[in-house]
Write a protein that binds this ligand. Structure first.
Ligand code: PRP
Length: 216
């Protein structure tokens, strides 16, 4: 039997994913060793491998088949636009992609002014402003703490993730428009989907039940 390899998004998403897998009896004890410097973890019995990666790299590993399966936020899947199958909404990591800014930026949006948009997600922002809103804007790619941009005058608005809304609130910013809802998703390499159909399908089915149980 071949190994099935999982690429998980480092941090909270990986933790939640491992908890979900554990409820299906899929564990990876090796991964729980705190001081380990290991990068890849194996469950020999079930012929599974796991590794942790930065979010934007997860769809890359899956597209090239270096991982058969990935778990990553929908924001990253849409932004990276890799050739992978999105097979399941895992129901956690729920948040929204939004256009945010100071309240007075609402008027600039309304009149489709040529504004600056700071974001970690240039493709999502471009698609939203150009194709959905039909508004020409200047997109500025940033790498974090995006909320700073309208505060220091780098841009009029931002396109960013809003979860609880507290980062916005504490900085005097508001949600101006919602782009799309987000959550953690399972993605599969198209070749693995065919070659390992039985195992992948069984896994999707199992996880789907866990998601359904969590919803009730
Ligand atoms: C994300 C996002 C917002 C914040 C939203 O940033 O970019 O800044 O979380 O969460 P809230 O609505 O619950 O306040 P993250 O902490 O991932 O880091 P970053 O600023 O480096 O992107």
């Amino acid at each position: 039997m071949n190994y099935l390899t999982f690429a998980l998004t480092k941090g909270r998403l990986a933790k939640k994913t491992l908890e979900m897998l554990e409820s299906l009896g899929i564990t990876c004890e090796e991964m729980k060793e705190k001081d380990s410097r290991k990068l890849i973890f194996v469950n020999e019995e079930l012929k599974l491998k796991f590794f942790l990666a930065k979010g934007p790299d997860v769809p890359t590993y899956v597209e090239y088949g270096a991982a058969d399966i990935g778990v990553v936020g929908r924001d990253t899947i849409v932004e990276e636009n890799r050739k992978v199958h999105e097979v399941l909404d895992l129901g956690f990591g729920k948040c929204r992609m939004c256009v945010c800014g100071h309240e007075d930026a609402r008027e600039l949006l309304k009149h489709r002014e040529l504004i600056r948009v700071a974001t970690k997600y240039p493709n999502i922002a471009k698609d939203y402003f150009y194709n959905k809103r039909h508004q020409t804007v200047e997109i500025i790619k940033m790498n974090g703490s995006i909320e700073l941009a309208p505060i220091v005058g780098l841009s009029e608005v931002i396109v960013d993730i809003v979860e609880t809304g507290s980062t916005l609130r504490e900085n005097g910013l508001v949600v101006l428009e919602e782009v799309c809802p987000l959550s953690a998703r399972m993605i599969v390499n198209p070749v693995s989907m065919r070659m390992e159909n039985e195992r992948v399908k069984e896994l999707i089915g199992g996880l789907r039940n866990v998601v359904a149980e969590a919803d009730t």
